[in-house]
Design a binder for this molecule. Structure first.
Ligand SMILES: Cc1ncc(COP(=O)(O)O)c(C=O)c1O
Length: 445
């Protein structure tokens, strides 16, 4: 581990870096700089220890500073830093794909590599269109997303996504023909549910209405996150996802699960599709695939979709899509080392073991000032705060800042404080995380 290294100095100039999804002016006036990391912790540039309550950004599932991953990447860079995967290949790419196929739900065993969650989503949408077209259904061009959904920032993902701030500046640039299901957050019926809320499976029936409105024969796919993360941890009511699956089946519409945050052990199985026992046709992933060490994403496709596209002359390219860095050798090395760690340490199922204690810990915040809901599943937790009048998000942002000052990193989105700690978390970390968050909530008017 690299815990002994001296902290990096702060940079003199913060102007040039245009930071993503950040209040740049506010940040640069009062920066929060992370300089190194090991295990469950970061250290700031000025040497303070910070407990990581969000796995970086929902990606460092096996904890920080994993030497096995660093060594595998270094070895690969020395052996062969890059090889194309257009009309060429390299062994690690096939090995990672096979390893992933073995982890996937039944028949989702064809894997297309990308470099991010956003690219995975756009890839899955394109595969869905191409599949229908190859079957003579080129009129199936519509997608159904969901309100409050987050599917990255590409034009496709933005269009099927349902977070207003991500969309409102770009109204003329949305994919045509996209509609949205209602979201499943209902604090009135479901506040303080432990695990999946009991109320709301019927919200899936809105899909039948959208299908009736647009005609099933025009719809290519429905895309949802099994658990919405970015919009503030929104859980599927019991039975909801199964109902979506049944409706899609009835109308020959593909179902895409965006598992960019739920994949790789976050919910107690390798994928939420397995935890909820509902198998989609396409599954988008990224983040935990390499433990956040290098950018990489993967789209898992049902065999029937791959087979459906293997048409035409044998020398013809079947899908005109791909990235220079699809299955980058160093990313493949990172993925293999990550999958080895997950297997050796049982991390893909550890969240299921920890979930009861985690649930109790997170729900102990019920009753703290301004807390209007607490939500949890696997190793995901969220606390929703009552917004300050006329200032949405301000209270939760202050809580986030207080936590950071007190040595704990959580994630704020709107009026929700979300947590998704590394899957190596121990009870003492849980306690510290929840106590610090509780203290910050109590100290925030
Ligand atoms: C469900 C989901 N899809 C897609 C993305 C986009 O991933 P990336 O930021 O790697 O493009 C995210 C990122 O948080 C996500 O949570």
């Amino acid at each position: 581990m690299n815990a002994e290294l001296t902290p990096a100095p702060s940079p003199a100039d913060l102007d040039a870096f245009w930071m993503p999804f950040t209040a740049n002016r506010q940040f640069k006036a009062n920066p929060r700089l992370l300089a190194r990391a090991a295990g469950m912790h970061y250290w700031t540039a000025d040497g303070r220890e910070v407990l990581d309550g969000v796995s970086g950004l929902w990606c460092v599932n096996a904890g920080h500073g994993r030497r096995e991953i660093a060594a595998a990447v270094a070895r690969q860079l020395e052996t062969m830093e890059y090889a194309p995967t257009f009309q060429m290949g390299h062994p690690l790419a096939f090995e990672v794909a096979s390893r992933l196929a073995a982890l996937a739900p039944p028949a989702l065993d064809r894997v297309f590599f990308t470099n991010s969650g956003s690219e995975s989503v756009d890839t899955a949408l394109k595969i869905a269109l191409a599949y229908h077209r190859a079957r003579g259904n080129g009129q199936r061009i519509r997608f159904i997303g969901r309100e409050k959904g987050y599917h990255g920032v590409g034009f496709g993902g933005m269009s099927v996504g349902g977070m207003v701030n991500n969309r409102k500046v770009f109204p003329a640039s949305m994919l045509p023909g996209v509609d949205h299901l209602p979201h499943t957050l209902d604090i009135e019926h479901n506040a303080f549910s432990r695990g999946l809320p009991a109320w709301g499976a019927h919200l899936a029936d809105a899909l039948e209405r959208l299908i009736a409105l647009h005609d099933a024969a025009t719809i290519a796919a429905v895309i949802v996150e099994p658990i919405s993360g970015s919009a503030g941890v929104i859980l599927p009511p019991v039975g909801y996802l199964r109902r979506l699956r049944e409706i899609c089946d009835r109308h020959d519409i593909l179902l895409i699960f965006d598992e960019v945050i739920t994949g790789f052990g976050r919910v107690g199985k390798a994928f939420a599709a397995q935890a909820f026992d509902v198998v989609p046709d396409l599954m988008t992933t990224a983040k935990g695939l390499t433990n956040g060490a290098l950018p990489m994403g993967a789209v898992f496709s049902h065999r029937k979709i791959y087979d459906g596209l293997m048409q035409g002359p044998e020398n013809a390219i079947e899908l005109f899509h791909g990235y220079t860095y699809s299955a980058h050798p160093a990313a493949c090395a990172a993925a293999l080392a990550t999958l080895d760690i997950y297997a050796k340490e049982g991390l893909l199922t550890r969240a299921a073991t920890l979930a009861p204690a985690w649930e109790d810990a997170v729900h102990s915040l019920r009753g703290a000032p301004h807390v209007i809901d607490v939500r949890n599943y696997g190793l995901i937790g969220a606390v929703e705060l009552e917004p300050r009048p006329g200032k949405p998000g301000a209270r939760a942002f202050e809580v986030f800042l207080k936590c950071f000052e007190r040595g704990v990193m959580v994630r704020q989105t709107g009026d929700v404080v979300a947590m998704s700690p590394p899957l190596i978390i121990e009870p003492a970390h849980m306690q510290r995380l929840i106590e610090t968050l509780g203290g910050a909530i109590r100290d925030t008017p």
